[in-house]
Design a binder for this molecule. Structure first.
Ligand SMILES: [Zn+2]
Length: 309
């Protein structure tokens, strides 16, 4: 299954000619998850060749305009495009009230909006046979949440030649796929690793925006393949970061280092920096495998079998 992130908007509150406000799209298998919906999100989807009708799940981290001003436009377009199937919307409590104002002014949408609020300390906000999504409380000026997407463990694949070699029946195959060893009629134990291919690594993506630097988050996003952490400010504007409850690039990198993630993406750059390379460099001093994202970037994590040895 594919596990691919597209950056639709990489700016903070003010858009620039090259950067739209925040929106990410995660494609996990055949499912598209839109994470935040800043102004212009539907335009970016068009530009990057993504049909908005394919989106069935929208997650809104918090109710600041740069994360939500694109939602009304997108929903209205989906209605005009003839959408009939429900859309699942996840967000803080206040998102429901915000959506009520849509119907008050613009009438009802021609499809159902199924709203689920992020209850704090809740378990998964979404779960399928392939994926789970957890909401992570962040520290910002208003209630805000990050997200942790993680693939579920897949059943083991049996080495076909071993089915015949050991004469495995249907019931044996089910057990072996669950991870059990096989015992032959003569009582010889064939270890599971000899019968199956190495399991797949469970891919993961964590999205942390907007937030103050919070070391407690490191445990939650420990070891993820891809971590997006906001980096609104440069180190030289550290005071401003604290005042507005945002992070600096170096703080984002510190969290990545503490959590031992594989790769760090930073974005949500303040438009005051003409060249966000400065922020990328500040982060790289702390955590080398950092990339400052641009609108249109795609980060794909290929499926990978864990080495059996
Ligand atoms: Zn923001």
């Amino acid at each position: 299954m594919s596990f691919e992130l597209t950056i639709l908007g990489s700016s903070a509150a003010l858009p620039t000619s090259k950067r739209f406000p925040t929106a990410h799209l995660l494609k996990a298998g055949e499912r598209f998850f839109l994470i935040d919906c800043g102004e212009g999100t539907q335009i970016r989807l068009r530009q990057y060749g993504i049909n908005p009708s394919r989106i069935h799940h929208i997650l809104i981290s918090h109710l600041h305009g740069d994360h939500v001003f694109g939602l009304f436009g997108l929903l209205s377009s989906l209605g005009m495009m003839g959408r009939k199937v429900p859309l699942h919307l996840y967000g803080p409590h206040s998102l429901e009230e915000f959506m009520n104002s849509y119907s008050r002014f613009f009438g009802p949408l021609p499809f159902d909006l199924e709203f689920k609020s992020h209850a704090e300390n809740s378990d998964f906000i979404f779960e399928s046979d392939k994926l789970t999504i957890k909401a992570i409380p962040l520290k910002h000026r208003i209630p805000a949440f990050g997200y942790l997407f993680r693939e579920k463990k897949k059943p083991l694949n049996i080495r076909k030649e071993q089915i015949e070699a050991f004469g495995l029946g249907m019931a044996d195959i089910v057990k072996v796929k669950r991870g059990e060893d096989f015992v032959t009629d003569s009582g010889t134990v064939i270890p599971n690793s000899q019968l199956t291919l190495p399991p797949f690594h469970q891919r993961s993506y964590a999205y942390l925006s907007d937030t103050l630097f919070d070391p407690q988050l490191a445990e939650i996003v420990k070891g993820v393949d891809l971590l997006f952490h906001e980096a609104t400010f440069s180190d030289r504007d550290k005071k401003l970061a604290a005042q507005t409850q945002h992070s600096t690039a170096a703080e984002a990198a510190t969290l990545a280092k503490m959590a031992g993630v594989k790769k760090l993406l930073i974005g949500h750059f303040s438009s005051r920096y003409k060249e966000p390379l400065l922020l990328e460099n500040e982060a790289k001093e702390v955590f080398e495998n950092t990339t400052g994202v641009n609108d249109g970037d795609i980060y794909s994590i290929p499926p990978e079998r864990l080495s059996g040895e």
